[in-house]
Ligand binder design. Sequence first.
Ligand SMILES: Nc1ncnc2c1ncn2[C@@H]1O[C@H](COP(=O)(O)OP(=O)(O)OP(=O)(O)O)[C@@H](O)[C@H]1O
Ligand SMILES: [Mg+2]
Length: 281
Amino acid sequence: MVIKLKANAKINLSLYIKGKRDDGYHYIDTVMQSVNLFDTLKLKKADKITLKCSKRYLSGKDNLGFKAAELFFKETKISGGASIYIKKRIPEAAGLGGGSADAAGVLLGLNKLYNAGLSNEKMEEMAASLGADVPFFIKGGTQRSTGIGEILEELKPFKSGYFVLAKWGTKPSTGEMYRQLDSKENAFIDIDSSVKYAEENNLEELCKHLNNSFNEVWEDKSLQKLLESFNPLGVGLSGSGPTCFAVFEDLKSAKKCEKVLKRKKITAFTVKPIEKSMIFE
Ligand SMILES: Nc1ncnc2c1ncn2[C@@H]1O[C@H](COP(=O)(O)OP(=O)(O)OP(=O)(O)O)[C@@H](O)[C@H]1O
Ligand SMILES: [Mg+2]
């Protein structure tokens, strides 16, 4: 038997970094949204764990999907392994949670492959030990995440608009982005409004609240300015970047924006909000 699934990326509709814990973790408050940009995972039973990725440098033990598989066999005490293949489409280190999506996909996929009967709650708990944003991807959809990212509140599905994701260049590591943010005055960001407008599917009002603490670290606003020039309803930043997004009411305007970005050699995808992060074939 082969399990095939799509592990979809997320964007942060808004993100407030509230402060830092003594152990270095940060308190956050964010609205996360699954979007239909996905990696494809294939899982098969095997004697040991192996992981191959379409991007060769992401193959092997360092892949978060590999670590998720190790955790699965340890927790379930199933003796066995899996051969895992990941076809990457989600750009990595981009603020789109690609590695975390793959890790959650491996947990859900192996649970099905081995009929292990793990509950979503149990898998969310396991996911938290792999990374602060991994639990979100067990269910996905629209969720508010607080604490250090481990506290999740499911929101009414947000379904409106077309989002053009744009990635240009790279960022310093996420750790470095946090260090830079810690050295600045960090303005309060009102996440309650994002929650309210997301739940009401009020795209226009939501787009007035696409705020992200990491905007303070990004001094170069050229990509945002370029996105603004397409007259979207709003422009946002996902995670700690570098991916920005422009929001449109209609597909045609979004596609036009995507096309111009691609002509400028900017990585671009037109996506829609979706109600869950994992889609089994
Ligand atoms: N399956 C995977 N897909 C992508 N990256 C992975 C994976 N496994 C491990 N990594 C490592 O994780 C790093 C972060 O990648 P990921 O796609 O999770 O970034 P992100 O969550 O979008 O952004 P951030 O850099 O803020 O974590 C990559 O640079 C890569 O070295
Ligand atoms: Mg990540």
